[in-house]
Ligand binder design. Structure first.
Ligand SMILES: [Zn+2]
Ligand SMILES: [Zn+2]
Length: 408
């Protein structure tokens, strides 16, 4: 359901406070810090000030604003929530209430006029241009998607005191740290202005780069993309295609080797009991999403191949069989792992041993089905594109149809 209370696009007014802040802070950060360093040098405390404030505010946006408050991917205790609200404010990316309302709207209406940072309006608009305009929605409409946050007294407190919190945590604290060495201006520039600008643009990259460049292995339905090199630049938010497909998952980089500081931070607090109920998308659902996009890519290739419809149908039904075999193998292995974990403490040593063997068998069945699937997909992608007569090489097709999926 689209909102009908939008101010017509042509009348959308500029938010002069936002525009001035977003434009002037980089000038102060770059020119001011350069001049200061040229004149007074730099100390280890100024670098530490920058690094500490950078890490604390960046992780508060990723693990707090984004994954805890906007998506509710886990639960955590009050001290951690307070930390997220204070240092999230120090990132100067708006109050949590506004940030989360915009972000939930982005997920709900991605790539449409209702998406606050719609990438289809251009990379620069999605990166920072949208911030230059006043929000066109009435509060009733804007906050309709955050009823849980409106009920939270800590969130309401942060929203109400957002400006004093920004002044205190963003500028006063780093300045005070600088005073330790008698260099308050150095503290303000390094831990305040320069750090704010770096964290700003790292967050903005997710709205621009992560919707422009990269792969779409989990869903082709929107512009969100996975990008391994964006992870280290954004506290681990580089796997944005996965995130849009599974927004309730506390992870962004789903594989253990994916760089995701947010995931590691949340797990660390879970280990000491400060965070709990970490939500994960089930492995079979993740695999099904991948297989669906692989099938879509193959169908597109077939459509362009000029293959006779009967041959296409034959190959597609053969592939569907392989896909179902692979999905069934993972579901069985996944369920067996859950059952084993839940019940192993009640079992005898012998039952546990038998289950371990069964699990090993299921795991190997899954790996085998996956290897066969990958091989078939590889062969299909090796089939040459249509010749002048619009036919593909027959031997490649015969080769493909000759092999069978293992039954597991
Ligand atoms: Zn999100
Ligand atoms: Zn997005």
């Amino acid at each position: 359901m689209l909102d009908t209370t939008l101010v017509p696009k042509k009348k959308r007014p500029i938010d002069w406070v936002n525009a001035a802040f977003i434009t002037l802070t980089p000038v102060v950060a770059v020119v001011g810090t350069s001049l200061y360093v040229a004149r007074h040098g730099v100390t280890w405390l100024e670098l530490a000030n920058f690094l500490a404030m950078f890490l604390l505010t960046g992780i508060s946006i990723t693990a707090g604003y984004h994954r805890y408050y906007a998506h509710r991917t886990y639960d955590c205790n009050k001290p951690l929530r307070l930390f997220y609200l204070v240092f999230g404010a120090a990132a100067v990316e708006n109050s949590l209430l506004n940030w989360a309302a915009d972000h939930r709207r982005h997920h709900q209406f991605v790539d449409s006029d209702e998406d606050p940072y719609n990438i289809l309006k251009g990379g620069l608009y999605a990166h920072m241009g949208w911030i230059f305009f006043k929000n066109p929605r009435t509060p009733q409409v804007r906050y309709k998607n955050v009823p849980d946050l409106l009920k939270d007294p800590m969130v309401r407190w942060q929203h109400r005191w957002y400006l004093p919190l920004v002044i205190l945590a963003t500028f006063a604290v780093p300045t005070y740290i600088g005073l330790i060495q008698g260099r308050p201006t150095g503290g303000l520039l390094w831990g305040g202005f320069l750090r704010v600008v770096v964290v700003h643009h790292m967050t903005f990259f997710i709205n621009s780069i992560a919707h422009l460049w990269g792969t779409r292995p989990y869903s082709q339905d929107n512009t969100a993309r996975d990008n391994w090199w964006l992870g280290p630049l954004t506290f681990g938010e580089g796997y944005h295609n996965f995130h849009h497909a599974f927004q309730a998952d506390y992870r962004n980089g789903v594989r253990w080797y994916h760089f995701d500081m947010g995931k590691w931070w949340i797990r660390s607090f879970a280990a000491v009991g400060w965070a709990w109920r970490l939500k994960r998308a089930p492995e079979p659902a993740i695999l099904s999403a991948r297989l669906k996009t692989e099938m879509q890519a193959i169908q597109l290739r077939f459509e362009a191949s000029g293959l006779p419809a009967t041959t296409r149908e034959k190959i597609e039904s053969y592939l569907r069989g392989g896909k179902e075999t692979l999905e069934a193998a993972l579901s069985r292995y996944h369920q067996a792992r859950i059952d084993y974990r839940r019940q192993k403490d009640r079992w005898t040593e012998e039952t546990r041993r038998q289950w371990s063997l069964k699990l090993a068998q299921y795991k190997s069945d899954f790996y085998l089905a996956r290897a066969h699937w990958r091989e078939r997909v590889r062969r299909i992608h090796r089939i040459p594109q249509p010749s002048a007569q619009g036919l593909v090489t027959l031997t490649a097709l015969l080769d493909l149809l000759k092999t069978k999926f293992p039954s597991v």
